[in-house]
Design a protein around this ligand. Sequence first.
Ligand code: GLU
Length: 520
Amino acid sequence: MALALPIRTRFAPSPTGYLHIGGLRTALYSYLLAKQNNGQFILRLEDTDLKRQVEDAAEAIYSGLKWAGLNYDEGPDVGGSFEPYIQSQRLEIYRERADKLVKNGNAYYCFCDETTLEQMRQEQIAKKQAPKYDRRCLKLSKDEIQTRLKNNEPHTIRMKIPDNRVIEVNDLVRGKVTYNTNELDDQVLLKSDGYPTYHLAVVVDDHLMEISHVTRTEEWLPSTPKHILLYEYFGWTPPQWAHLPLLLNPDKSKMSKRKGDVAVEDYIKKGYLPEAMINFLAFLGWNPGSEKEIYSMEELLKDFSLEKVHKAGAIFNIEKLNWYNQYYIKQVPLEELAKLCIPYMQGSGLIEKFPISNFQFPNKFQIPNSKKEVDFDWLKKIVALEQERMKYLSEIGESTKFFFHTTEYDKNLLIWKDSPEEEIKNVLQKLLEILEKISQDSFTKEKLQELIMPEAEKFENRGLMLWPFRAALSGQKASPGPFEIAEILGKEETIEKVKKAIEKLQISPNPSSYQVRGRL
Ligand code: GLU
């Protein structure tokens, strides 16, 4: 889509303490639109509705956007020529503009308090009317208004909506959408505490910050006719709007904190890569119209277009996100992936944390509660084994713990299909003999394979030997193959684990004997 220059887009979240995943998708689209047209992408915090400390809550937004690579040209923490970018620091600007609207007869003072308004609402509901401000303060005389203002009576400023006018929204995604002003309420623009409402602040700021394109989710579409009227009242040219489809849960409900992870931070903690997240989010509402599913940011900048953004809500499918993440994890060079995995290994207690002051990446890593010390190359081997299977980085803690600690497992795990325990025990015994004959130096997966496979093939199904071997080493239902694990564990530990498995099978399966042992 050829857009007239200059393009300035913005992402305008309300700082709630976390960056919503849907917000990140909106930010991505705004970013793409700006950057593919050599424009600017701006971050503005819309905190006029919140009592909390904006600085703290803002941190999650700054870091989430930076993590995703959506670097903004202007914003609260990076500055810019339209400062400040935090609405609570712009109250004077809104007050001034609201006064101007009153002066021009496009807005009026309203002295109704909450109780009055609630009563009005209840009466309208009882009469089966749509709740709407009944404009009683519009009828106040100039003198009365002056007196009440002089007496410092709490008041708001309301927008005067014209009667029975058709307002057209020409949306870049949804096309022409029309509204009749009779459906609109005389919106409060300035609250009694001096704060603007979203409607006043968003219009004033988008204008003053010279925003050319507003991308936001569909839920804001019904507010747009009010915004169009405000632009008209101020005598300003409105920006172009693109209302994006909502992100939905698989059951089509709106994504919310109650229903699962919505904070970008949670996805970062789980170990999703920014490339995967960006690629996944780009497709939540947009489609290139081809089979191509893998898109880097550069490719998105080339191919993304608002024309291909669809209207229907986009389902947030975690399986698809996992698929993307798995794909991107496979692309990361091993050395780098291992470094990315280290904090997750530390977080799940596989290796000890090293002091942050250590700028030098350590060569040795302590295993907690053990005298064992391992090096980065050893960790790299483990990561290499997992690289193909990992859906997100935090899985590494659970899936590789058996390399670090002795893990408990049920002896039934050792049993291949329904073979008798006795047979499994003999198989493991046989394995032990083979393993003991291999020297420590040649304890490689190739050597192990060479010696063990011919033995395994002697059985009707080689699983009879390979399954208990793998289960003995990993103690898990699913893991990499036994030869790879054995090489990393080394001869001594491999033998120890096979012996432990044999011991487990020596314990009588009779449940009563367990009880006796338990009592002793
Ligand atoms: N502050 C609004 C929000 O949090 C912004 C809506 C808009 O982009 O106009 O969604």
